[in-house]
Design a protein around this ligand. Structure first.
Ligand code: ADP
Length: 395
C-alpha cells in the first residue's frame, strides 16, 4: 500500500500528515503539528480519531532552521511509528502558483525557480512554502516532492472575474485576482459530487469560514468567482485581516497619516478583521461568548459581508442550487449560519433551524429550492489525493 506525507508549512508552524492510499479517498493514519514555542520546538501527533500518539519537545538550534530541524524529526518519527509505510511522495501546500500553475506539479528546479519569482506576490506566505519544500528535499532526497497550489482551482475563471479595472498591462504582469483556499474548495466540491451529484453539477456557493475566510462561486465543479483577490486580504473580513477595503483608505493612511507600508501591512493583516473591530479577539468562539457591543458588531459585520457576497455570487451564477459551509466557523457556529441564511427565502434558501442547531449535514428544509450543506473540509486529504495522482501519472 502506498503512502504519502503532506506538509503545510507556515512561519512558525508545520502541519503534517501521513496518508495511506485508498480507493475512495486517502486515509489519514496520523496528523501532526510542529510549532515554535518560545525557545523550544514542539511536535504533537494524533491518530485518525484525535488521540495523541507522540509528543516531542526540544531546544531550538541556532545553526538549523525551523523547517529543516522539524522535518528531520518528522522523518525519524515516521520511521519509528510506521516502519512499514512506503512513502512514495511528499505533497506540499503552496500558497501561490501564479498565473501559470493550474494544477499540482512535481517540484523540479524549474518549478522551484518559478515559485521563487512569486514571493513578491505573497511575501508573508510563499517563502515558508518554499522553505518547507527545500527542507523536505534535504530530509528525503529520494522521495518525490509535489506542489499543490491554493490558487490552482481558480485559474480557469473568466477574465471579468479575475481582473481589476486598472491599466491593462498590469493584468499581463500578474496583477490579478488569484483567489485562495483552492484546496478546500476542491475538496468540498468533490465531496459534494459524491454525496449530491445533482447539486454538484449545478450552481454552488461555498463559504470557507475559518481564521482565513473566503467564498467561491462554483458551476459544474469549476470556480467562476472568488472573494479573495490579488492577496489573501480581500473579500470577507477574517480573524485579523480586513477583507474588502476601499484602496483610498490605504492611500489616505500613507499620504495623510504618514504610515509606512510595513505599518499599514501589519495593520491590515494582523490588527484588523474580527480582532480589530471587537478590540477583543480574532476568535469567533471568544466573540460569541463575550457578548460585548463591540464583539457583537464584529460578528454582525462578518455576517453582513457574507450575505452581500452570497447575493452577488447568486447573480453571477444566475441562480443557486446549493450552498456549502465549511471551515472552523462554517462547520461549528450554528449562530453564524442561521444569521447568514435569515430571510434568504427570496434566493431559494429555506433554513431548517432545528437541523442547523443540531449540527446536521444538511440544514435546509425538504422543500427548500436551494439545498444547504455543512461539509467538514480537509485540505490535507486533497493534497494527499493530488500527490498520489501526480505521482502515478509520472510513473
Ligand atoms: P484556520 O483558517 O486557521 O484553519 P479554522 O478553520 O480552524 O481556522 O477556524 C478557526 C475559527 O473557527 C476560529 O474563529 C474559531 O473560533 C472558530 N470556531 C471553531 N469552533 C467553533 C465553534 N464551536 N463555534 C464558533 N466558532 C468556532
Amino acid at each position: 500500500m502506498a503512502h504519502v506525507i503532506t506538509l503545510n508549512a507556515g512561519s512558525s508552524s508545520i502541519k503534517f500528515a501521513l496518508f495511506e492510499d485508498h480507493a475512495v479517498e486517502p486515509a489519514a493514519l496520523a496528523i501532526g503539528l510542529a510549532e515554535i514555542d518560545g525557545a523550544a520546538r514542539h511536535i504533537k501527533v494524533r491518530d485518525a480519531v484525535g488521540t495523541i500518539t507522540h509528543e516531542e519537545r526540544w531546544e531550538s538550534r541556532a545553526d538549523v532552521g525551523f523547517h529543516t530541524d522539524t522535518l528531520q524529526r518528522v522523518l525519524a518519527w515516521r520511521r519509528t511509528a510506521f516502519p512499514h509505510a512506503q512513502v512514495i511522495a511528499a505533497g506540499h501546500r503552496v500558497v501561490h502558483g501564479g498565473p501559470t500553475m493550474s494544477a499540482p506539479a512535481i517540484v523540479t528546479d524549474e518549478v522551484l525557480a518559478y515559485l521563487r519569482t512569486l514571493v513578491p506576490l505573497a511575501p508573508l506566505h510563499q517563502p515558508h512554502s518554499i522553505a518547507g519544500i527545500l527542507a523536505a528535499r534535504d530530509a528525503w532526497p529520494h522521495v518525490q516532492q509535489v506542489a499543490c497550489f491554493d490558487t490552482a482551482f481558480h485559474r480557469g475563471q473568466p477574465f471579468v472575474a479575475d481582473t481589476f479595472a486598472i491599466p491593462r498591462h498590469f493584468y499581463d504582469e500578474g496583477v490579478r485576482r488569484y483567489g485562495f483556499h483552492g484546496l478546500s474548495y476542491e475538496y468540498v466540491s468533490q465531496k459534494l459530487q459524491r454525496i449530491a451529484p445533482h447539486h454538484a453539477a449545478g450552481r454552488v456557493v461555498v463559504a470557507h469560514l475559518g481564521n482565513g475566510a473566503s467564498m467561491c462561486a462554483i458551476r459544474d465543479g469549476l470556480s467562476v468567482a472568488s472573494t479573495m483577490g490579488f492577496t489573501a486580504l480581500d473579500g470577507l473580513p477574517m480573524g485579523t485581516r480586513c477583507g474588502q477595503l476601499d484602496p483610498g483608505v490605504v492611500l489616505y493612511l500613507m499620504q495623510e497619516r504618514g504610515m509606512s507600508a510595513d505599518h499599514v501591512a501589519d495593520m491590515l493583516y494582523r490588527q484588523s478583521g474580527l480582532k480589530g473591530l471587537s478590540g477583543l479577539s480574532h476568535d469567533m468562539r471568544e466573540l460569541e461568548a463575550a457578548g460585548t457591543a463591540e464583539a457583537n458588531q464584529a460578528i454582525e459585520y462578518f455576517i453582513s459581508r457574507i450575505r452581500r457576497e452570497l447575493g452577488g455570487f447568486a447573480a453571477v451564477l444566475k441562480g443557486l442550487d446549493a450552498m456549502v459551509f465549511c471551515g472552523g466557523i462554517g462547520e461549528n457556529s450554528w449562530h453564524v449560519r442561521e444569521r447568514v441564511l435569515e430571510g434568504m427565502e427570496w434566493i431559494g434558501v429555506e433554513l431548517d433551524r432545528t437541523a442547523n442547531r443540531a449540527g446536521a449535514d444538511i440544514i435546509s428544509t425538504e422543500r427548500s429550492r436551494v439545498r444547504v450543506f455543512v461539509i467538514r473540509t480537509n485540505e490535507e486529504a486533497m493534497i494527499a489525493r493530488h500527490t498520489i495522482e501526480v505521482q502515478r501519472a509520472a510513473i
